[in-house]
Design a binder for this molecule. Structure first.
Ligand code: BG6
Length: 513
């Protein structure tokens, strides 16, 4: 049944979740313990979940409700960020935790789930409202959707809503994403499908919308006449952290660029929506993703670089190379670093390069967006004695810091004190933490509340998913047919030399964030 979508709070001030149940498939997995349950506990701690809120975990492992609660308690204690663990809150919250074990290909599993949901509906007055969360291995997605459909769980007899959250990856390439979509739509209508891209839930990514469309001064500059280039970096210092087998199949382009990075790119470059409302915002994002120039195979070598980390000794610690990680082929050709330059074929951005890079085991953990403006058209100071020198060339940069610190800085030139007219870059800084003095919700907190209240603004839609697959397919195809000499960067560095060379060919360089 279509969701009634009753969100009366489009700017998401104090959105209230109504009594409902959340079913997590893959409840024994990493995401559940690191992100989902700690985020839900945190929402309970902030009294953002109703009394009649229930969670039903599912996985193959046999466990009682009590054992599941104990397991989740340990995860919350371990992974809860920046807040105290409160025994009273936990006691109330954990009463709503239930567990149903079962094989996802066994119809009996969905029957047991239906019975459990029936009990919960009666005891906790959830009105039949259920959010199903797919957090299993992606190869099980279709089976779960089919199983839910087989048991009629996509519809509530009591007239409540039913929604489905799908974790990334949405397919392995364009064709498989279409097949998955087809399977999902056989059971759930599009308006009940929430494809999660947690980067869209990050405060600073959301703030990009506020920054661009809530202010009058930046938007007039936000185009090819004033912007020289854009760099989007998502660097991680960690390696594959026990996810070697998954990562060996995925690689950085599929894991980060096809989804998170292109969604950031779309948020930076999209046109202003007429309203801050799901359909309007998603239409603009989708339009932008469709305008990304799809490279020809011949363009790939000049516009994309692939890297893989080797073993290294970082700060006295011997770190394995990717090929030595568990679950990874010792001759692996999978990339742990990917960089690409995208162009957008529209009036606003024609000719402006968007350089995007992401990698594991890089020099530090940082995600940011740097908008580089054109240099002043005439160098007024360069002829003066003791004059500006090289620094006059330093371009104006607007840096939107997504993590770990969240904020915005604007770099411009200023006169250095003293005689002469020596210019030096300085920066004007806004820092989220110190300006607001309050903690930002994590992306999963934001997105879970959104799905539970029926707001899909920050979720991906199938046309967006397809457009971003389309943008990376030529790169995947060419890389799939090329043999790389790996490893080609050492852990703790900024990636392969080929990536610097790619930008150097355009007379540009990656920033050191
Ligand atoms: C996930 C990727 O989607 O995002 C991981 O699968 C990556 O490989 C993670 O580490 C990064 O997320 P965050 O929020 O820590 O930047």
């Amino acid at each position: 049944m279509a969701s009634s979508n009753p969100f009366s709070d489009p700017l998401r001030f104090e959105r209230q979740v109504r009594p409902c149940a959340l079913v997590i498939f893959g409840a024994n997995g990493d995401l559940t313990k690191r992100k989902l349950v700690p985020s839900l506990y945190r929402l309970a701690f902030e009294r953002r979940l109703p009394t009649g809120f229930a969670i039903v975990g599912n996985s193959r492992t046999e466990m009682s409700d009590e054992e599941f609660r104990e397991k989740m308690r340990a995860s919350v204690r371990q992974f809860l960020e920046e807040s105290p663990f409160d025994e009273d809150v936990w006691r109330d919250f954990s009463r709503g935790l239930h567990y149903v074990s079962g094989d996802l290909r066994d119809p009996g599993c969905y029957q047991r789930l239906a019975d459990k949901l029936g009990e919960i509906e009666r005891a906790q007055l959830t009105g039949g409202n259920v959010l199903f969360y797919l957090s299993t291995q992606p190869s099980h997605y279709e089976a779960v959707v089919e199983g839910l459909g087989g048991a009629g769980l996509q519809r509530s007899q009591a007239g409540g809503w039913r929604r489905l959250v799908v974790e990334k990856p949405f397919g392995h390439d364009l064709d498989s994403s279409r097949l998955l979509d087809h399977a999902v739509h056989k059971v759930f209508p599009e308006e009940d499908v929430y494809r999660i891209d947690h980067y869209l839930g990050k405060e600073t990514v959301q703030n990009l919308l506020a920054f661009r469309f809530g202010n009058g001064i930046f938007e007039p500059l936000w185009n090819r006449r004033y912007v020289n280039s854009v760099q989007i970096t998502a660097a991680e210092s960690i390696g594959v952290e026990g996810r070697g087998a998954y990562y060996e199949e995925a690689g950085a382009l599929r894991d980060m660029i096809q989804n998170h990075m292109l969604q950031i790119l779309a948020t930076v470059a999209m046109e202003p929506p007429a309203l801050f409302e799901a359909a309007a915002v998603r239409d603009e994002r989708a339009k932008l993703l469709r305008s990304i120039h799809v490279m020809s195979h011949d363009e790939v070598a000049a516009h994309a670089v692939k890297g893989q980390y080797g073993p290294a000794n970082v700060g006295g610690r011997a770190l394995p190379g990717f090929r030595q990680e568990e679950g990874v082929n010792p001759q692996s050709q999978t990339e742990t670093y990917a960089a690409a330059t995208f162009f957008i074929d529209n009036w606003r951005w024609a000719g402006v390069p968007f350089h995007v890079r992401s990698g594991k085991r890089l020099a530090k953990r940082v995600t940011d967006i740097a908008i580089q403006f054109n240099a002043a058209p005439h160098r007024v100071f360069s002829g003066l004695p003791g004059g500006a020198g090289m620094s006059e060339l330093a371009p104006n940069l607007l840096i939107l810091r997504v993590q770990p610190e969240e904020g915005i800085s604007l770099r411009f030139l200023s006169k250095q004190p003293g005689s002469g007219m020596k210019l030096r870059p300085v920066s004007m800084d806004f820092n989220y933490g110190s300006s607001f003095g309050m903690r930002s919700p994590t992306a999963y907190e934001t997105l879970l509340v959104d799905a539970l209240t029926g707001d899909a603004t920050l979720y991906s839609r199938q046309d967006m998913v397809e457009a971003s697959w389309q943008a990376v397919m030529p790169v995947l195809e060419v890389w799939g047919n090329t043999k790389f000499d790996f490893p080609n960067y050492a852990s703790g560095t900024w990636g392969p030399a080929a990536s610097d060379e790619m930008l150097a060919r355009r007379g540009q360089a990656w920033r050191v964030p």
